[in-house]
Design a binder for this molecule. Structure first.
Ligand SMILES: [Zn+2]
Ligand SMILES: [Zn+2]
Length: 267
């Protein structure tokens, strides 16, 4: 009897563990320590500051990382349009990027060892200024979700009609603004090992950045057409699932630039 009960408990634990697996590929920052401080340069305007600060402090409840806000990021239009992440850090920007179809995007650059070296998050005010998205729930949720992608998390669930998981990594309407326990478990798994070097905070230099703000084939330079690895574009689509899609562009030196796109509803 006791043995059967133990077996049943193990089975439940295994199903919970597999349920919690929502890492974004195997993307993660390299660190030599069990926990690390990742700088997020806040280049958003005042109306976004609270949402960004909330997201960073919520994710910092993780035992394996702290998201440290650098509140001194430039908010010039030029900086926000490109939103290039500094080497070893992440930049967060908002702007009316136009009718691009996307609500938010998270970009990361991966070195040839497979580690994230820089990242950025863009929040598209063209949609956030529309009635449907112009509220604290949507803004908090997307800010939380995009910076979650910046550290290697994917969505827990992408069906808007499923019951809420009460996580910003869950597609839900109305959305949820904060991480849940599964997200912290997943981060602990992703960052459960240490690496031989640090790829954050001036470690390995990254490069990259989010030049083009339009989907492939819909503007920017000709190199951004689908199937073409332009110098500043998103590169090729790795596939779309519902409202999310991933793109990749590879530099001649092997650096990969990956973009996680959240399409606005109806796009
Ligand atoms: Zn590693
Ligand atoms: Zn997402």
């Amino acid at each position: 009897m006791k043995k059967a009960l133990v077996a049943a408990l193990v089975a439940v634990l295994i199903s919970v563990a597999s349920y919690a697996n929502h890492s974004w590929s195997d993307y993660h920052w390299a660190r030599t320590t069990a926990s690390f401080d990742l700088t997020f340069v806040n280049s958003t305007t005042n109306d976004w500051d609270q949402y960004v600060s909330n997201a960073l402090s919520d994710w910092s409840d993780s035992t394996v990382l702290n998201m440290v806000e650098d509140a001194g990021g430039s908010t010039s239009r030029q900086v926000r349009r490109r939103c290039k992440g500094p080497a070893g850090a992440v930049r967060v920007c908002n702007l009316a990027y136009g009718n691009t179809g996307w609500l938010g995007i998270a970009g990361i650059s991966i070195d040839t060892n497979g580690h994230i070296t820089t990242g950025y998050t863009k929040l598209n005010d063209t949609y956030f200024s529309q009635t449907y998205y112009n509220n604290s729930l949507w803004k908090q949720s997307v800010a939380c979700q995009e910076v979650g992608h910046n550290v290697g998390l994917d969505h827990q669930d992408e069906d808007f009609n499923n019951g809420s998981l009460f996580s910003c990594m869950d597609y839900q309407d109305p959305p949820h603004g904060f991480p849940n326990a599964h997200d912290y478990v997943q981060l602990a798994t992703i960052y459960g090992h240490t690496d031989s070097y640090d790829s954050y905070d001036g470690g390995d230099s990254g490069g990259g950045g989010g030049g083009c703000n339009a989907p492939p084939g819909k503007g920017c330079n000709k190199g951004d057409a689908p199937g073409n690895n332009g110098a500043t574009g998103w590169g090729i689509s790795l596939g779309r699932r519902g409202q999310s899609e991933t793109f990749m562009r590879i530099d001649p030196d092997g650096t990969r630039h990956i973009v996680h796109v959240t399409w606005a509803i109806g796009h």
